[in-house]
Design a protein around this ligand. Structure first.
Ligand code: MG
Length: 380
């Protein structure tokens, strides 16, 4: 529909009283309900002007973050219908523009549904998304008993987005004066205007009660990446021993170009592996003089930055050291705390274990030590 001018209003000025907390800020796989609602409308119309209507006391707090994304922020009113009008005023839309109104508490609507409701409004002036009512519907008496079963063949549940020609909305508002309507489709239909019902995806639910979150969370499944790392260094006289960024005074150190902190090298490789960024040797070649005796924390930080650029953050790390000496147990708590700090994780999300190799192999012969790491990443 390249010939249709579209403008978008996202209404997020409710008080979440039925939810108990700020439902729009709840994260669904790394992005808030509101961010997902905005993204869902932007996807099919990336260049359309978009106004976000929030509570008056939140405007200053959120404006900078949204305006960075070229989204205008304006204050809502007392009722939803007032908030929509405030958003509309901020758009300054020409009469033939199709204005798309969407609830900020609906994080999921497929782009195709948005496009079909806009196409229907471009043709008929007003349209809304609906889904069929699949349950049998009962009308109840005030005492809670059933009065009657309501035929459902012509019933539908109203969703958003709803879309209207701007000129039609203007005249509907003018005619309605200060009456009340539950949504703009109701406003238009009450005045005898035709509103086209467009069947959409039934997963387009409004997050109203905490229970709704379990349902929508299933639409945005959690993604996890796992990476493994392995490193070995030989013992070398005359060098300090560093393990997990902790100095082991009086113990024989490890040979290596950097500080030879094998567990941190294994952690670095695990992070690089999980985000698909190669290995430590690629990023920090031992041929480069500037990494001589470098603290290995640098390598870990670099790997975290690469993961972050690709949209991932650390979720957990499990580390195993294979060594006959030194004794790890007295230092294990310090190593775990240092590793957690370095990875930006709670101590519970990090584990440090150690084992000997029962005298077998190069570890058993005390020629060196080995480290194995597993990390998990989640979308940032
Ligand atoms: Mg190494």
């Amino acid at each position: 529909m390249p010939e249709t001018n579209v403008a978008i209003i996202i209404v997020a000025a409710g008080s979440s009283t039925r939810f108990g907390t700020d439902k729009l800020g709840v994260l669904l796989c790394g992005r808030s309900v509101l961010e997902r609602a905005v993204a869902a409308l932007r996807k099919p119309f990336p260049d359309a002007p978009l106004v976000l209507v929030v509570r008056g006391d939140q405007v200053e707090q959120v404006r900078a973050r949204w305006e960075e994304l070229a989204i205008r922020v304006t204050a809502g009113g007392e009722r939803r219908q007032d908030s929509v009008r405030n958003g509309f005023a901020a758009l300054d839309a020409a009469d033939d523009t199709i204005v798309v109104i969407h609830d900020g508490a609906r994080p999921f609507v497929p782009p195709d549904d948005v496009m079909r409701v806009v196409a229907a409004a471009a043709e008929g002036g007003a349209a809304l998304l609906v889904t069929p009512v699949v349950d049998t519907v009962k009308r109840l008496r005030p005492d809670g008993t059933v009065e009657t079963t309501v035929p459902r063949d012509r019933l539908a549940r109203a969703l958003t987005p709803q879309a209207f020609r701007a000129g039609l909305l203007r005249s509907a508002w003018e005619a309605a004066g200060d009456t009340f309507w539950t949504d703009e489709a109701a406003l238009v239909e009450r005045q005898g205007g035709a509103v086209v019902a467009v069947y959409g995806d039934s997963r387009n639910v409004k997050v109203t009660h905490p229970d709704d979150l379990a349902f929508v969370a299933g639409i945005f499944p959690r993604r996890t990446r796992v990476g493994q790392g392995f490193d070995v260094h030989a013992f070398a006289a005359g060098r300090p021993l560093w393990l997990c960024g902790i100095r082991f005074p009086g113990e024989m150190g490890l040979a290596g170009h950097s500080d030879a902190d094998a567990p941190l090298h294994a952690v670095t490789d695990a992070i690089l592996g999980a985000c698909g960024c190669g290995d430590i040797g690629e990023h920090f070649p031992p041929s480069e003089e500037r990494w001589r005796d470098a603290p290995s924390e640098l390598f870990v930080r670099h790997a975290i930055a690469l993961a972050s650029q690709r949209g991932w953050c650390l979720a957990g790390c499990d580390l195993t050291l294979l060594a006959e000496a030194p004794r790890i147990a007295p230092h294990r708590a310090a190593m775990r705390a240092r590793l957690a700090e370095l990875l930006g994780l709670a101590s519970d999300d990090v584990n440090v274990k150690a084992t000997t190799c029962e005298g077998m192999g190069f570890v058993g012969r005390r020629e060196g030590l080995a480290a194995l790491a597993v990390v998990t990443l989640e979308p940032a």
